[in-house]
Design a protein around this ligand. Structure first.
Ligand code: NAI
Ligand code: MG
Length: 397
């Protein structure tokens, strides 16, 4: 059977640990692929002054599918101080390689599923009628626009002449900010384009239809942010009416959505939002299903490139433990999303069932699932190691 070729980017800290665990699971599930290692992260910043070497970019462009662990990022000054001495003061400026990947490949569609596993002690619970404890089953998939909006980096403090003058032409700017000394003004723009907004909306509706969800919820703020959120809502209505009359469009305000997700999270299916609101709402839902040990993600562009990663970072303080304690499930779930992308849905389903069985049985639990605070001692207090959790999943396959 001709295998796939996958670019593996372990990165830093626990990224290296969990990525390797996900490969063990893929192997055990009979997934056939060739893995090509690619350098990314702190080590390459220090050694080469570039955490995202060109050779890594070339590999992704060539093979199109990337499995990513996590990287360590640090503020600019700290980063500059950690450069190898011969590279210092040569004009190298640190920037996050994962943000770099998003921009370079225009990975504009980000997907973050948040599904409850039965028996996970970290599941959200609430008090129901008569004080009964209820455990709603969350099954939400968040579509986050990944490249524009408030995170696009078009911003100024003490804006230059032409920008300032342009802003002054807006009556509200003039009235409310026209008297503020220019050097005391910080401006971050929120830019939405029709093309990218349409793409994230269409991806959300398509996913809803293909996966049996009855609704798509737009979580923005069109009543206040009239231009960007307003445009997104208008396009959402157009797309729904024109192509997806079988799927309901719900419109919620992001602030109210954050309240409702702790009241009735089971009511929501597919959620779609711009960059920052998508970031916020996906962390909110991830908290209901177990947090960082369970939160997986995928990001795509319109040329068939997909990169799959847990949403957690490199957790450096846990990276050097003699026995690793971190939960590999977020990474293994991300690998399952990669399998979906590669058309290997059956294998993905088997792995997800194996994870579900291990969690439901409750015999093997990492420290986060036992609500312990992380330290090497958790192993002696009954927590499974990273490898033991992976082994348990493999055993169920
Ligand atoms: P983090 O996600 O690395 O860790 C925060 C805390 O979450 C950990 O101390 C641990 O208690 C818990 N945690 C994380 N992953 C876990 C897992 N798999 N199992 C169990 N518990 C887990 O975030 P933090 O500490 O803010 O950042 C550490 C470094 O990672 C920084 O350099 C940051 O810039 C970077 N980072 C990288 C990301 C990426 O590569 N996509 C995302 C977020 C942070
Ligand atoms: Mg986030």
């Amino acid at each position: 059977m001709p295998g796939h070729t996958i670019v593996t980017m372990p990165g830093d800290g626990i990224g290296r640990i969990v990525l390797n665990e996900s490969l063990r699971v893929l192997d055990a599930a009979g997934f056939s692929a060739e893995y090509v290692h690619a350098d990314i992260g702190w080590e390459f910043w220090k050694k080469e002054g570039n955490p995202l070497p060109q050779r890594t970019v070339d590999l992704i462009r060539k093979y199109k599918t990337g499995l990513f662990g996590a990287i360590t990022s640090k503020p600019k000054e700290e980063a500059a101080n950690e450069l190898n001495p011969e590279l210092r003061d040569k004009g190298y400026v640190y920037s996050s390689p994962i943000v770099g990947l998003r921009q370079l490949f225009n990975l504009d569609v980000s997907i973050r599923p948040c599904k409850t596993y039965k028996g996970n002690p970290l599941n959200f619970i609430r008090r129901g009628k008569n004080g009964a404890i209820e455990e709603p089953e969350v099954d939400v998939v968040i579509f986050r626009q990944n490249t524009e909006g408030l995170y696009s980096g078009v911003e100024w403090t003490n804006p230059p002449d032409k920008v300032y003058e342009a802003f002054l032409t807006h009556p509200r700017f003039k009235k409310n900010f026209g008297q503020v000394p220019r050097e005391e003004l910080s401006i971050s723009t929120r830019i939405y384009t029709y093309k990218a907004t349409r793409r994230i909306l269409e991806a959300a509706f398509r996913y809803a239809r293909n996966n049996g969800y009855r609704s798509v919820t737009l979580a923005e703020k069109p009543n206040v942010i009239r231009e960007t959120s307003g445009m997104m809502y208008r396009l959402a209505r157009e797309i729904q009416a024109g192509q997806y009359p079988d799927i309901e469009l719900w419109n919620t305000n992001i602030d109210a959505q954050m309240m409702w997700l702790t009241k009735n999270p089971e009511h929501y299916g597919v959620i779609v939002a711009g960059n920052m609101f998508g970031d916020i709402v996906s962390d909110g839902f991830a908290g209901l299903i177990g947090g960082l040990g369970f939160a997986c993600s995928a990001q795509f562009n319109d040329e068939g490139i997909g990169i799959f990663e847990p949403t957690h970072g490199s957790a450096p303080k846990y990276a050097g433990y003699p026995v690793s304690i971190v939960n590999p499930i977020a990474m293994i779930e991300s690998a399952c999303m990669m399998l979906d992308f590669l058309g290997e849905k059956e294998t993905a389903t088997r792995i997800r069932k194996a994870i579900a069985t291990v969690i439901a049985e409750g015999k093997v639990r990492t420290y986060d699932m036992l609500k312990l605070s992380g330290s090497p001692a958790v192993i002696n207090r009954g927590a499974a190691s990273t490898q033991q959790m992976t082994d348990a999943i493999i055993e169920k396959l």
